[in-house]
Design a protein around this ligand. Structure first.
Ligand code: GDP
Length: 195
C-alpha cells in the first residue's frame, strides 16, 4: 500500500468541523512529543505536512488529513503535559470522548509510545479508554533509532507488559528517522481503512 496523495484538511475542535465525507478514518494518539507528526510526514512522504514541533502540547485540535481521496488520518491532541486523560470533564477529555465515542467511520486508533520509556500512567489510561470504547487499537513504538536493535525485545516486552495489552494487539517498531516499520504501518492502515 502506498500513499500517493495527502493533504491537510482541517483542525477541528468539535463535530461541526469534522469533514463530511463518510470515508474510513484512523486516528493517532500519544503523549506530546512522541513523534506523531513525524510519523504522519514519513508515511505520506511529506516533509512538513504535519508540523513537527519541539514545543510540547501545542496541538489542541483534531487534525484531519485526507489520504488518497478515500480515507482520513486524524491526529488527536497529545497528552501528558498540560492535559491528562484521567478526566473526561476536561476540555481535552470532552473533545476526545466525543470523537472516539461518536465518530461512525472510525476504524481504529494507533497509540504511539516512545521506545525508550516505559508507558506512563497517561498512556495506560488512554489504552484502557480505547478498550472501553471498543476501538481496534495497535501500538506503534516510535523513535526506534534511539536504541540498539539488540535491546528491542526487552523494550517491547516492557511496553506490552506495562500497557497490559492483550496478545492479539499488534505492536510495530517504527522510526521516522530511518523509515524502519514504515511498510508495516502502511499495511496496517490499508487493512483498517479498506477491510
Ligand atoms: P509529536 O508532538 O508527537 O507530533 O512529535 P514530533 O513528530 O513533533 O516529534 C517530536 C520530536 O521528536 C522532534 O524533535 C522530532 O524530530 C523527534 N522525532 C520524532 N520521531 C523521531 C524518530 O523516529 N527518531 C528520532 N531520532 N527522533 C524523532
Amino acid at each position: 500500500y502506498r500513499i500517493t496523495e495527502s493533504h491537510f484538511v482541517i483542525s477541528a475542535v468539535g463535530p461541526d468541523q469534522y469533514p463530511e465525507e463518510p470515508w474510513p478514518e484512523v486516528a493517532m494518539v500519544g503523549r506530546s512529543n512522541v513523534g506523531k507528526s513525524s510519523l504522519i510526514n514519513k508515511i505520506c512522504n511529506r516533509k512538513n505536512m504535519a508540523r513537527t514541533s519541539s514545543k510540547p502540547g501545542k496541538t489542541q485540535t483534531l487534525n484531519f488529513y485526507q489520504i488518497n481521496k478515500d480515507a482520513h488520518l486524524v491526529d488527536l491532541p497529545g497528552y501528558g503535559y498540560a492535559n491528562v486523560p484521567k478526566s473526561l470533564k476536561s476540555t481535552w477529555g470532552k473533545m476526545m470522548e466525543r470523537y472516539l465515542r461518536d465518530r461512525q467511520q472510525l476504524r481504529g486508533v494507533l497509540q504511539l509510545i516512545d521506545i525508550r520509556h516505559s508507558p506512563t500512567k497517561d498512556d495506560v489510561a488512554m489504552n484502557e479508554w480505547l478498550a472501553h470504547f471498543g476501538i481496534a487499537t495497535a501500538v506503534i513504538i516510535t523513535k526506534a533509532d534511539k536504541i540498539s536493535k539488540g535491546r528491542y525485545p526487552q523494550h517491547v516486552k516492557e511496553i506490552r507488559k506495562t500497557l497490559n495489552i492483550a496478545p492479539h494487539i499488534p505492536t510495530i517498531i517504527f522510526s521516522a528517522e530511518t523509515g524502519e516499520g514504515k511498510e508495516e504501518v502502511l499495511e496496517l492502515l490499508d487493512y483498517l481503512w479498506h477491510f
